[in-house]
Design a binder for this molecule. Structure first.
Ligand code: DX5
Ligand code: ZN
Length: 240
């Protein structure tokens, strides 16, 4: 967890750094006070994009102390999950929508000891999580369409705050308050307070926050911390 007395974790997205200098960029993130390295693995089939390869992930793993937070956007789940288990990543989520055998994949992850999550596209109903709750550590809510982050003009869905609040309620009502909510896609300085206020626990940091082009990593991190603190105040107020 980050400094301050927050329970909100920050996960810089690897696809937002200079892909020609991966190792050096990750070293720079290593020196910041962040929690996970968010690694998007897209197979070009799930959505039309393929930013990172398995070999790059394998070579980067021993070069940093940051736990790897892998977000699979693929159709051949067994192949990618086996590779990630072999590499030794700490956290992994896969998309419910493209997984033919959700229960089986959760069993596999559970046996591997990896912190496991299910990722949902913005408009997928939360009820699909119902029978998975006892085997997941977190839900990753996509707030843009997964794999389209690099497309110009992509914005966060207008119902992002409502989505996070409803997911928190869904989990709490079923007694799974320890299942965390990770949010991904256009998480920004401006929307962090509302999204944290609504219950987001892990923030994927991309072009609108940690990698915002107007600031250095250190400046942007400080701005993120302020936004998170505002969000936690809102959460406290709404909870009381
Ligand atoms: C979206 C990816 C995100 C993305 C976030 O498909 O999963 O990790 O890189 O970047 P921003 O915050 O710039 O949308
Ligand atoms: Zn992601």
């Amino acid at each position: 967890m980050t400094e301050q007395d927050t329970a909100v974790a920050l996960a810089p997205s690897l696809i937002c750094v200079d892909q020609c200098r991966l190792a050096r960029e990750v070293k720079a993130l290593d020196t910041l006070n962040v929690d996970f390295l968010h690694v998007d693995l897209i197979d070009g089939h799930f959505s039309p994009s393929m930013p990172l390869g398995i070999e790059a992930v394998r070579q980067l793993k021993p070069r940093t102390d940051l736990p790897f937070d892998v977000h699979l956007m693929v159709t051949e789940h067994d192949f990618f999950i086996d590779e990630m288990i072999d590499i030794g990543v700490e956290r992994l989520c896969f998309h419910y929508e493209s997984a033919g055998h959700v229960d089986r994949l959760l069993e596999k992850l559970h046996g591997s000891g990896i912190c496991s999550g299910i990722a949902l596209k913005p408009a997928t109903p939360l009820r699909v999580l119902e029978y998975c709750l006892d085997r997941i550590d977190y839900v990753l809510l996509m707030l843009i369409n997964p794999g389209f982050a690099g497309h110009p003009g992509v914005t966060q869905v207008p119902y992002a705050r409502q989505r996070v609040a409803e997911c928190r309620k869904f989990l709490d009502e079923r007694g799974f308050d320890e299942v965390a909510i990770e949010i991904d896609g256009r998480v920004s300085f401006a929307n962090i307070p509302d999204l944290v206020g609504a219950g987001a626990d892990v923030l994927v940091a991309g072009t609108q926050s940690l990698f915002h082009r107007d600031g250095s990593l250190e400046e942007n991190l400080a701005t993120m911390h302020c936004a998170v603190a505002k969000g936690l105040q809102l959460r406290k107020r709404e909870g009381s």
